[in-house]
Design a protein around this ligand. Structure first.
Ligand code: NDP
Ligand code: 2IT
Length: 447
């Protein structure tokens, strides 16, 4: 059997075994396709069922979450935690609370996390979890009761050397505080290392809230530098307006770019003068209002309901909301308008069609598993601080974050070069990460 046949047969088996999990299929196919040059060079990487083992989660947990809403009505949701790989360390990855969360979504995210975490070089296995709980419009009390009910089951499956959850869509500092509070209550232990992304008073790290967005822009800085360009003076479009998007916008502005658009699930905001981040912060994080309310305070800004921001002319685009938000049509529009670099702040925001469109146009794309690794890397720094009962200064965390992103960037580029795919960050990221995980799996024997 040729290598391509072997890979396709494996992919068919995975689709058959995991029916209807389309995001998971997409993530697996992307990796299996990208690592072919490495497999071609060393066929022994397919031995001992390594690829089959890599694509099968070590453990998957699903559970019922029952909580009471403000009217006293019992609500039932589904909770998930997938431990995909512990070859490099304990399972590590976020929790997502969103109405679209299914087992397939959690598996795609946990699978991506294997490669992302390997790229950090910080000894992290990979997991992901969450719930189909929809936080939109829920009161603070409802959020707290949901988090407590969720942790009442989850606590059995996690621990500082076993599995360390963090935030993701719908889960930020507030939710992690409630989750940690319940873990502490049930276990009778202030075991800070069991969760990352905590507030500063309860064992959190400086710069963890900023880390994913800042890290993505540090990656972009290196990308542009490699092409003799810089961020200063460029126009940027960032999708989303949550944790990752907000801090990506902040770093872009600090480095001299103008961010002209961002979005939420209701549409996009266009402010040609540059998004006012102080106002955005107040609206989104303090008052928890919709993005559309921004235009009530800024003349010259417009909100486009139900639209995505890909028709707004820009040099840089940082999709930072959700998977498959940027398709081939959006990519063509961005290319037509002269985009010079794409950085995935979110996990898998570009469809395969979009990636191909950028590739054909010679526009470099930084894949999420490399570009957004600053979040989980800083989670690893939080774990280091927790283990030492220490708290580092913000400048020190930021310096480590920046250094980590530069190393990941250089690794991707060098690995792509080494496989005769210069500038192909996707190939570089997948191949470099795959080599690391494969070596650890082989060292551990059949696991
Ligand atoms: P947040 O919940 O803070 O923000 C999510 C943003 O994306 C909101 O603006 C939200 O709009 C929008 N959004 C979410 N789902 C959809 C959807 N289905 N369609 C359209 N818009 C949507 O999440 P984060 O910023 O933390 O996460 C964003 C992305 O970054 C995700 O892909 C996540 O996996 C990834 N990521 C996050 C990391 C972290 O540390 N938080 C680390 C690495 C990656 P609305 O409010 O209207 O729902
Ligand atoms: O997708 C991700 O990398 C995250 N949501 C952060 C994971 C973490 O453990 O910090």
């Amino acid at each position: 059997m040729t290598l391509d046949d072997e890979v396709l047969t494996l992919f068919d088996q995975i689709v058959h075994r995991n029916p209807a999990e389309i995001e998971f299929h997409q993530a697996v196919l992307e990796v299996l396709t990208a690592i072919r040059p490495a497999l071609r060079r060393d066929r022994s990487l397919c031995d001992a069922g390594l690829l089959e083992r890599l694509c099968e989660p070590e453990r998957q947990t699903m559970f019922r979450v029952v909580w009471t809403d403000d009217r006293g009505k019992a609500q039932v949701n589904r909770g998930f935690r997938v431990g995909f790989s512990s070859a490099l360390g304990p399972y590590k990855g976020g929790l997502r609370f969103h109405r679209n969360v299914t087992l397939g979504v959690v598996k795609f995210l946990a699978f991506e996390q294997i490669f992302k975490n390997a790229l950090t070089g910080l000894g992290l296995g990979a997991g992901k979890g969450g719930s189909d709980f929809d936080p939109a419009g829920r009161s603070d009390g409802e959020i707290m009761r949901f988090c407590q009910a969720f942790m009442t089951e989850l606590h059995r499956h996690i621990g500082p050397c076993t599995d360390i959850p963090a935030g993701d869509v719908g889960v930020g500092g507030r939710e992690l505080g409630y989750l940690f509070g319940q873990y502490k209550r049930i276990t009778n232990r202030f075991d800070a290392g069991v969760l990352t992304g905590k507030g500063l008073l309860i064992g959190g790290s400086h710069v963890r809230p900023e880390a994913t967005g800042y890290g993505a822009i540090y990656f972009l800085e290196s990308m542009l530098e490699a092409r003799g360009e810089k961020i200063e003076g460029k126009r940027a479009v960032v999708s989303g307006s949550g944790n990752v998007a907000y801090y990506a916008m902040e770093k872009l502005q600090q480095l001299g770019a103008t961010v002209v658009a961002c979005s939420d699930s209701g549409g996009y905001l266009h402010d040609p003068a540059g998004i006012r981040l102080d106002l955005l912060h107040e609206l989104k994080f303090v008052r928890r209002r919709r993005l559309s309310t921004y235009v009530e305070s800024v003349a010259g800004a417009a909100f486009m309901p139900f639209e995505k921001p890909w028709d707004v002319p820009c040099d840089l685009v940082v999709p930072s909301a959700t998977q498959n938000e940027l398709d081939g049509v959006g990519a063509k529009s961005l290319v037509r308008n002269g985009v010079v670099a794409v950085v995935e702040g979110a996990n898998m925001p570009c469809t395969p069609d979009a990636v191909q469109t950028f590739r054909d146009a010679g526009v470099p794309v930084a894949p999420g598993k490399a570009a957004n690794a600053g979040g989980v890397a800083t989670s690893a720094f939080e774990m280091q601080q927790n283990a030492a009962r220490d708290q580092w200064q913000a400048v020190d965390v930021d310096r480590r974050l920046r250094g980590t992103m530069r190393t990941i960037h250089d690794t991707c580029l060098a690995t792509a070069d080494d496989h005769d795919l210069p500038g192909d960050y996707g190939a570089g990221a997948n191949i470099a990460a795959f080599h690391t995980v494969a070596a650890a799996m082989n060292a551990l024997g059949l696991i």
